[in-house]
Ligand binder design. Sequence first.
Ligand SMILES: C[S@@+](CC[C@H](N)C(=O)[O-])C[C@H]1O[C@@H](n2cnc3c(N)ncnc32)[C@H](O)[C@@H]1O
Length: 279
Amino acid sequence: MEARSEEHSLSDKQFKKLCDLVYDSTGIVLAEGKRQMVYRRLMRRIRELKLKTFPEYYALLENNDDTEWPNFLNAITTNFTSFFRENHHFEYLKSEFLPRHCREFGRDRLRVWSTASSTGEEPYSLAITLRDFYGHGVADTDCRILATDLDTNVLETARAGIYDADRIEGLPEAVKRKNFKQRVVDGRALVKVDQELQQLLAFKQLNLMHDWPMRGPFDVIMCRNVMIYFDKPTQAKLLNKFMRLLRPNGVLMLGHSESIAKDFSQLKSDGKTTYIKVA
Ligand SMILES: C[S@@+](CC[C@H](N)C(=O)[O-])C[C@H]1O[C@@H](n2cnc3c(N)ncnc32)[C@H](O)[C@@H]1O
């Protein structure tokens, strides 16, 4: 199938080239079903750059144009997320993992990594969970959450911690009151994440396919709803890299449609898409 517009088109050959470029730079396998979406997003870039054709756009990327690469990566990522998405993980942390962690290591040091944090709803849900457990003053302890993503646009939103009010509509009133401040800006109802929660977080751009600067160890690694975009060999490589940074008895959490191969002996299941690193 050919994706076409009046003046531009994406031939099968060009789509294949695009898939290779995306795979090599991000690990993402672009399915045929994503062709139209990617086409539309890149067309926007091509128009903004006042280019004429896809080959001209590739040439720009192949010449390592530093300004366009982030735009290209931002255009191909899928960033759907929400506060307390797959809430069982946050419940597990509060009622099982954190009490166990405190018994073993005391109340102080805790390192959590949200590896594909998108617009920030996941790491802020983690921060809310930590504060619920440790209480106010949690930012004065040695609990920290690292939130990373490939996409620089979503990181900007995440850092600001400001969302349309309807993003928190489904949360209990008490959770909203405690963790968000209401604002109206230009007639738009917004919420801002409480400052103490922001102090727990550091947002950094990181491509999971590259070398990572962190040394760890992490107590909890969340890698949810991103592995699905990678093929099996990439997933296996990533998993081994996580194992180097996760402490023994630390926890890895995956998204609802992601799982670990049964013969992967370094992890044992501890509930729905939740895995403990074997000590
Ligand atoms: C669907 S969102 C998942 C967000 C959140 N983890 C959740 O479950 O709600 C997937 C995120 O993975 C990020 N991503 C995709 N490929 C990546 C890569 N190679 N390195 C880092 N992040 C990546 C995207 O930018 C996107 O924000």
